[in-house]
Ligand binder design. Structure first.
Ligand code: FMN
Length: 188
């Protein structure tokens, strides 16, 4: 069976991001038959239709498009800013949605996880799920991962140290593997 390529996208750009820590944990613990890469979103400009009129797209956007093209599935790390998605994550989805016929996103399996304040970014994750509807992405329903960014569940580099969160991430990846295989199986 072919290796499933998963692209991780993180809505936080800060160095010690806990959301990026969740993605790093996923990358290090992907099951056999799955590879997780993490996109660098630090140079992706704010979406602006004027940039689409340039002869060449910004280099960071071209890199992102190539990575999205190669990805069989997406893993979205969703911080919560003011009860919604952080702009870096929404921005990347907005850019991706501009490819012809939504070819970078349509029909793609997605897994969502996140870390935040008291509700562990739950409110933002439900906004993200709403956006997935329009983009024709297919998010897994469960497990939901609402990690607490404050109170000791992460080390000072943003790596998750809580065993229950670590276990949930490994379960999420197993389910994403099944989900990706199911969605890519042609109808009988
Ligand atoms: C502008 C801003 C708004 C925030 N709003 C919320 C919020 O509405 N709910 C919440 O749970 N946390 C909120 N937080 C706290 C973030 O969840 C917390 O900083 C988290 O660690 C960010 O993810 P990161 O560690 O990946 O950077 C906010 C943080 C910032 C910077």
């Amino acid at each position: 069976m072919k290796t499933i390529k998963v692209l991780g996208l993180c809505g936080s750009l800060r160095k010690a991001s806990t959301n990026m820590g969740l993605l790093r944990y996923a990358r290090a613990h992907a099951p056999e038959g799955m590879e997780v890469a993490i996109a660098d979103l630090s140079e992706v400009p704010f979406f602006n239709q004027d940039l689409e009129k340039l002869e060449e797209r910004p280099a960071a956007v071209t890199r992102l498009y190539n990575q999205l093209e190669e990805a069989d599935a997406l893993l979205l790390a969703c911080p919560e800013y003011n009860y919604s998605m952080a702009p870096a994550l929404k921005n990347v989805l907005d850019w991706a949605s501009r490819a012809k016929d939504n070819r970078l996103l349509a029909g793609k399996p997605v897994a969502i996880l996140g870390s935040g304040g008291g509700l562990g970014s739950a409110r933002a994750q439900y906004h993200l799920r709403q956006t997935c509807v329009y983009l024709d992405l297919h998010p897994l329903n469960k497990p939901e991962i609402f990690a607490k960014a404050f109170g000791g569940g992460f080390d000072d580099k943003g790596n998750p140290t809580d065993e229950s969160v670590q276990t949930l991430i490994r379960t999420l990846l197993d389910k994403l593997q099944d989900w990706t295989e199911m969605l890519s199986t042609p109808d009988e």
